[in-house]
Design a protein around this ligand. Structure first.
Ligand code: NAD
Length: 498
């Protein structure tokens, strides 16, 4: 049972050096509920100067050792406390996530539970052995120790406001770094609650700092600031490209989780109803605003008519509505801007000559007119070079493509600049393995879609990213690697004559 959060407008402040601050510019950003346009919060708008203060606080905290020099067990204990507090506030956080992002309660509920689980995972992982020793010549003991990087700048998007944040915050803190974190400008609500939790559990001052605000100012300053040692970014590919350039001044380490246009490949021998079901889930879960969305359905020619007919029949039955209605299966898109973008792509698809099999319009009936609702949409008769096939729409819009054989399926699957995710549906295990191995993507599924676990890395190929989140790989992102050569024979080397 999810708690109802009242209509009181929340006042959201920044968190710098263990204090809640109003920000230098004294400006506010209005945060709205995408289901009905109601104001849910006023968030202070951060400035470049606010980021600089946050970086200073993080730098000081890092250099002092108050966090990096704690034992792994002590740091793990803070992470476990954060996980417990998230669980305690599960229903409140779920309701807030739905209010801010629009996703249905059942989706938001999973995100909140996953966020707690992610803290627990990294609390456990940091206690595992790290580093190596080597048998080397010269009476030397060689070893590798892992150390925190320093001040990590963390920048996240709006599609999983809390979960995407925790995917970065948990490993960064576990590793002993201090952080300057920026939520997406339009979804700062649950992130602010997380920082309330940090305050409550007594995380040392300056270890975790949050500055809200625009990408071009706050985000950019995090990326360019010379006192930031690493920037970990999740968002669009074009923004990622900008971050790479901005981070080059002090050669800071970068980790980028970017966009996708992922293929979901359906062979004729797939379990038909399972494939249809996951194809729907792959695109319409999260209203298509999921980086790994199966936004291109590649279906084998021989079953295409039957498959598309069944897909459309089911897509038309999806209950679209406000996320806090328990009957809702798909919520709104996140903002007016996103609505405009999605509708623009639908127009482009029609102009390019693709045909709508379902949807293709904004939903405004039954009180949906104040929100940003789009009918589940599918295009057929597409061509590989169409913009709707190549570009990430990030909404409930899927394109169908067809193939005649395995080789053509693989060619089409890999025919975009992205390489984030991909799925294959077939009952032929060898074929599944052959195909999935050829899909140039970091996150793949066989006879399923979207599921991911803290234990396994989340990683993009091609223009979908650099580096990984989650798993041991996600922790590695936030650690330096130091070689120590320890001489066991302390006497002069005698290289130069005396
Ligand atoms: P976005 O790139 O517009 O914004 C992401 C974040 O970057 C926001 O916090 C934004 O304020 C900030 N930002 C924007 N411009 C910036 C700049 N010049 N300098 C520094 N920071 C800047 O992306 P979005 O619209 O918020 O999110 C959608 C995108 O995120 C999609 O492309 C989606 O695929 C991607 N995404 C990827 C993953 C993944 O794991 N690969 C996960 C979730 C979302």
């Amino acid at each position: 049972m999810v708690m109802k959060v009242g209509h009181k407008t929340l006042a959201l402040n920044m968190y710098i050096n263990g204090e809640w601050r109003h920000g230098g510019a004294n400006q506010k950003r209005t945060i709205i509920n995408p289901a009905n346009g109601e104001v849910i919060a006023e968030a202070v708008e951060g400035t470049v100067s606010d980021v600089k203060q946050a970086v200073q606080a993080a730098r000081k905290a890092f250099d002092s050792g108050i966090w990096s020099e704690l034992s792994a067990e002590e740091r793990a204990d803070y992470l476990l406390q954060a996980a417990d507090k998230i669980d305690e506030r599960h229903d409140e956080l779920t309701a807030l996530e739905t209010m801010d992002n629009g996703k249905p309660l059942r989706e938001a509920g999973y995100d909140i539970s996953d966020a707690a689980a992610c803290f627990r995972y990294y609390a456990g992982l940091i206690l595992a052995p790290h580093g190596e020793t080597y048998h080397v010549p010269d009476n030397m003991q060689a070893m590798v120790v892992r150390e925190p990087i320093g001040v990590c700048g963390l920048i996240v998007p709006w599609n999983y406001p809390l979960l995407m944040s925790v995917w970065k915050i948990a490993p960064a803190l576990a590793a002993g770094n201090t952080i300057v974190y920026k939520p997406a400008e339009i979804t700062p609500v649950t992130p602010t609650k997380l920082f309330e939790i940090f305050e409550e559990i007594g995380l040392p001052k300056g270890v975790a700092n949050m500055v809200m605000g625009a990408g071009e100012t706050v985000g950019n300053e995090i990326a360019v600031n010379d006192d930031v040692d690493m920037v970990s970014f999740t968002g669009g590919t074009d923004t990622g490209r900008h971050i790479m350039k901005a981070a080059s001044g002090n050669m800071k380490k970068i980790s980028l989780e970017l966009g996708g246009k992922s293929p979901n490949i359906i062979f004729a021998d797939a379990d038909f109803e399972t494939a249809v079901d996951y194809a729907l889930f792959g695109i319409y879960c999260g209203s298509g605003q999921v980086c790994s969305a199966g936004s291109r359905i590649l279906v084998e020619e021989s079953i295409k008519d039957r498959f598309i007919a069944r897909f459309v029949e089911r897509a038309n039955k999806i209950t679209v509505g406000p996320g806090d209605d328990p009957n809702t299966e798909m919520g709104p898109v996140v903002s007016q801007e996103q609505l405009d973008k999605v509708l623009k792509y639908i127009k482009i698809g029609k102009e390019e000559g693709a045909e709508l099999a379902c949807g293709g319009y904004r939903l405004t009936q039954n009180g949906l007119d104040k929100g940003f609702f789009v009918a589940p949409t599918a295009f057929i008769h597409t061509k590989p070079d169409m913009r709707i096939v190549q570009e990430e729409i990030f909404g409930p819009v899927v394109v169908f493509q067809t193939f005649k054989n395995e080789a053509e399926a693989i060619k089409l699957a890999n025919d975009t600049r992205y390489g984030l995710a991909g799925g294959v549906f077939t009952q032929d295990a060898a074929k599944a393995m052959r195909v999935i191995k050829k899909v140039r993507a970091g996150i793949t599924w066989v006879n399923t879609y979207h599921g991911t676990y803290n234990e396994a890395p989340w990683h993009g190929y091609k223009q979908s990213g650099i580096g990984s989140s989650l798993g041991t790989y996600g922790l590695d992102e936030f650690l330096e690697t130091k070689q120590i050569n320890f001489n066991l024979n302390v006497e002069p080397i005698g290289w130069f004559a005396e």
